[in-house]
Ligand binder design. Structure first.
Ligand code: ADP
Length: 178
């Protein structure tokens, strides 16, 4: 599924994000930056130890990454120039600023990609795995935030790489309605 937003093509697909060929792959990290399960584990496994080495350096310098923010490292063996690690909010019922923090993940990751002169960026479905954010709501925030941000940025392509056909359907609905 594709949608043109100004100069940028938004592409939704089913797949394993570690296989994407893009300038930047976004990781749904945790604030320690020391690796975890889910997409984070997959990215470190496929990308190799260089990514974690750089994460450690960032952690030593600035003590991890706060929720809603983003930091960049090498992409190691992945077919990308950078991995952008962003920390999604843990879902606590919706009254703890989760919506704003999730939007910040997409906004800050896109801004960082753009600063790094990336033209193509791939996102996973941030926060909707172990962090428990309801996916319908998350998909609307993701699509809305990407649509709001890309007109000011020099990006050719933003991909949302969904890990199941069920997730893909949810994001497709959000994109069609936006
Ligand atoms: P979070 O802690 O932010 O919820 P998770 O990694 O637990 O992050 O899940 C985020 C989403 O990433 C989930 O929808 C999960 O199914 C998906 N995911 C897991 N592995 C991959 C992968 N290799 N490629 C793309 N998406 C993945």
């Amino acid at each position: 599924m594709e949608k043109q937003i100004g100069q940028t093509q938004l592409i939704l697909k089913i797949g394993d994000i570690t296989r994407e060929e893009v300038d930047a792959i976004v990781n749904a990290a945790n604030s320690t930056l020391l690796g975890g399960g889910g997409v984070d584990g997959a990215i470190h496994r496929a990308g190799g130890p260089e990514i974690l080495e750089e994460c450690r350096k960032i952690r030593d310098k600035q003590g991890g990454c706060p929720t809603g923010e983003a930091v960049a490292t090498t992409a190691g063996r992945l077919h990308a120039r950078y991995v952008i690690h962003t920390v999604g909010p843990v879902w606590h019922g919706g009254g703890h600023d989760e919506d704003r923090l999730l939007a910040s993940c997409y906004r800050n990751s896109l801004a960082l990609a753009s600063q790094l002169k990336c033209r193509s960026v791939a996102f996973p479905s941030i926060s909707t795995g172990a962090y428990g954010f309801p996916i319908e709501r998350a998909s609307q925030i993701a699509v809305r935030t990407i649509s709001q941000e890309v007109p000011a940025l020099d990006l050719t392509e933003v991909r949302l790489v969904l890990f199941s056909s069920a997730d893909f359907e949810v994001y497709t609905r959000a994109t069609t309605r936006s």
